[in-house]
Design a protein around this ligand. Structure first.
Ligand code: GTP
Ligand code: MG
Length: 198
């Protein structure tokens, strides 16, 4: 799939404020600073479409981007950032939970996980919750330019051990880097396949 256009449309502070459109939506979620906004920019081929920051907690709203005038990417706030208010027991906000549970347009979720780290409790809890919820999701291991592939694969293996057994089939895994562009084709293919199913 070629990205012919990518435009920021609207931000929403709650599910009721989400756009009243029929586009299928693909959400990007993960710990603060994991690289969600950078990955969206990499997919879109635009450096500053989604706001990137070295300070965790930059993205605080649901940000909707319209792609190819045909489907939408949604940049979700990061979870697990201590200064963010209204954290739930698992440490992810009502806003993330409400969107994932209630939004009918939601077609797929990309959960971003830092490939440099062994399994982090909050990611394991979040993915366990998401797996039980039945929403289709893909695991994207980010910042792959920072670590040797063998070490990344070891962390992925540990993550699967920490979450499993899976409710149905284990999720698809994509290794990505916003610096090198790796993972871009895999993510776009996954989106294209989901769009053809609906
Ligand atoms: P929040 O909005 O705070 O939840 O963060 P985010 O997940 O959107 O992360 P963001 O894209 O803002 O990136 C956080 C930091 O990580 C920035 O300093 C980025 O430059 C850096 N970063 C993101 N992706 C990569 C990557 O693939 N490789 C490297 N080396 N750095 C990255
Ligand atoms: Mg962000």
């Amino acid at each position: 799939m070629k990205i012919k256009s990518a435009t920021f449309k609207v931000s929403a502070a709650d599910v009721d404020a989400c756009p009243a459109w029929a586009w299928r939506e693909f959400a990007f979620v993960g710990r603060s600073n994991v690289g969600k906004s950078s990955l969206i920019n990499m997919l879109c081929g635009k450096a500053n479409l989604a706001k990137v920051s070295a300070m965790p907690g930059k993205t605080q709203l649901l940000n909707f981007f319209l792609m190819n005038e045909a489907w939408s990417l949604v940049d979700l706030p990061g979870y697990g950032f201590a200064q963010v208010t209204k954290q739930r027991k698992f440490g992810f906000s009502e806003l993330i939970k409400d969107y994932l549970e209630q939004r009918e347009n939601l077609t797929g979720v990309f959960v971003l996980i830092d490939s440099r780290l062994p399994p982090q409790r909050i990611d394991v809890d979040f993915v366990t919750w998401l797996d039980a919820s039945g929403v289709p999701f893909v695991l994207v291991f980010t910042k792959a330019d920072k670590l040797a592939l063998g070490k990344i694969q070891a962390n992925i293996g540990l993550f699967f051990e920490a979450v499993g057994p899976w409710r149905a089939v284990p999720p698809e895994v994509i290794v990505s880097s916003s610096k090198t562009g790796s993972g871009r084709i895999g993510i776009l293919k996954s989106i294209e396949a989901s769009l053809q199913l609906v």
